[in-house]
Design a protein around this ligand. Structure first.
Ligand SMILES: *Cc1c(COP(=O)(O)O)cnc(C)c1O
Length: 396
């Protein structure tokens, strides 16, 4: 039977088999397929062995600096500070932007929980925003309309007229690696006096208007968790273009210890957030292969896009205009007329060993954030009931 026949559902009852068939055209059928798997095809063994042979495995050693330098080289960032994970990077970024307890920080309702958690660590309050259907990240235009509606600019900053609290900052998150309209958002943030932080945990290798994501934020963060595009086992980084912020980030993440040959003098409450040399060694080897991974992932995305093209009831998520996406996670969106198929599709694929996942639960539905201020989030709600992530490893 030709593929075309499968691609034209005669009725709604043919929908599920058609989608499964399209997925089957892209993925190998003989094994369990994780959502995202790390790939080690470079210098990983060599660099890790070098750590063991030299004894430099922990919080000092040459790979941390080499990893940081290569992050700068690849992204075009002036500074990069490697840390233990992406969540810690967000925590420090928020602290360094001067976010204080009882401030509000704008953050998408649709994100991984770490983004909102980091705001809570600082004592500030997540203020939840909707996303754009086009980019799956915050929409600068609707955000601006909303800010005009609820806020006012004062000598103390931009104040939420409903809660009376200062809205200090905004965290923009590039969902599944797709760059949001970050240049336009940066303009809105600056107009309202909000500090911009980019959570680029998912978007290493993704560019907007030719510039790497994470370069618009005053501070931005990356994650190198095992499921991300490149991994250090666990790890993250802070990017900034400001030398004193970079120095401060390094200081805060290394227990705020002043350099001295023997004295333990710490000049503030610091954190033990620095990335061990072992993890940085793994990260350097991974970073050397990043362009190869992104190329592979873009080929996979193209194959998914072709397989789903012409299939009624679903849209494959493609990179937005002006963006070059790393396609960290491939996703399908069911039309609102087909959202009843979300559960059956998740069930059928997972039963076959194809690890698919729905979107995250929205932040405002989690017990610790139910009373957070929020704008209406219809697009985010719609994604929860219609979006499904597909296996996306670079080796597929
Ligand atoms: C992975 C991720 C993080 C956190 O990264 P960790 O390294 O796991 O702490 C933060 N935000 C988003 C959007 C992520 O996907």
């Amino acid at each position: 039977m030709s593929a075309e026949l499968h691609l034209l559902p005669k009725s709604n009852t043919d929908f599920l088999p058609s989608v499964l068939n399209a997925i089957g055209q892209v993925l190998p059928s003989d094994k369990v397929l994780p959502l995202h798997q790390p790939v080690f095809v470079g210098n990983e063994w060599n660099y890790l062995k070098e750590c063991l042979d030299t004894g430099w495995v922990s919080t000092a050693g040459p790979f941390v600096e080499r990893f940081e330098n290569m992050l700068c080289e690849y992204t075009g960032s002036k500074y990069a500070v490697a840390v233990v994970n992406g969540t810690a990077a967000l925590h420090i970024a928020l602290q360094l932007t001067g976010v204080k307890p009882d401030d509000e920080v704008l953050v998408p309702d649709l994100t991984f929980v770490a983004t909102a958690n980091a705001i809570a660590y600082t004592g500030a309050i997540p203020h939840l925003t909707d996303i754009s259907r086009k980019t799956l990240g915050v929409d600068p235009k609707t955000l601006q309309v909303y800010l005009d509606e609820i806020g006012k600019t004062t000598n103390d900053g931009f104040i939420n007229r409903i809660t009376g609290r200062r809205i200090a900052a905004i965290i923009a998150m590039h969902t599944f690696g797709h760059p949001l309209e970050i240049e336009e958002l940066a303009a809105v943030a600056s107009e309202y006096g909000l500090t911009l932080i980019e959570d680029a945990a998912e978007s290493i290798g993704s560019f907007y208007r030719g510039k790497h994501t994470g370069l618009w934020g005053k501070l931005s963060t990356l994650s190198f968790n095992g499921n991300k595009t490149i991994t250090t086992g666990g790890g993250g980084a802070i990017l900034t273009q400001d030398e004193s912020l970079a120095r401060h980030a390094k200081h805060l993440t290394t227990t705020a210890k002043q350099l001295h040959q023997w004295s333990f003098y710490h000049d503030q409450v610091g954190y033990n957030y620095r990335l061990p040399n072992l993890n940085a060694a793994l990260g350097l080897a991974q970073l050397e292969k990043l362009e190869y991974f992104v190329e592979q992932k873009r080929i996979l995305a193209k194959r998914y896009a072709d397989a789903f093209e012409g299939l009624d009831g679903v849209t494959f998520v493609q990179e937005p205009p002006h963006a070059r996406s790393n396609y960290w996670l491939n996703a399908l969106i069911l039309d609102s007329t087909h959202s009843q198929y979300l559960e059956p599709l998740l069930q059928a694929t997972n039963d076959k060993g194809i690890q698919t996942r729905p979107a995250w639960n929205l932040m405002h539905t989690l017990p610790m954030f139910t009373s957070s201020p929020k704008m209406p989030t219809p697009v985010a709600e719609q994604m929860v009931s219609s979006l499904i992530c597909l296996p996306s490893s670079a080796t597929l």
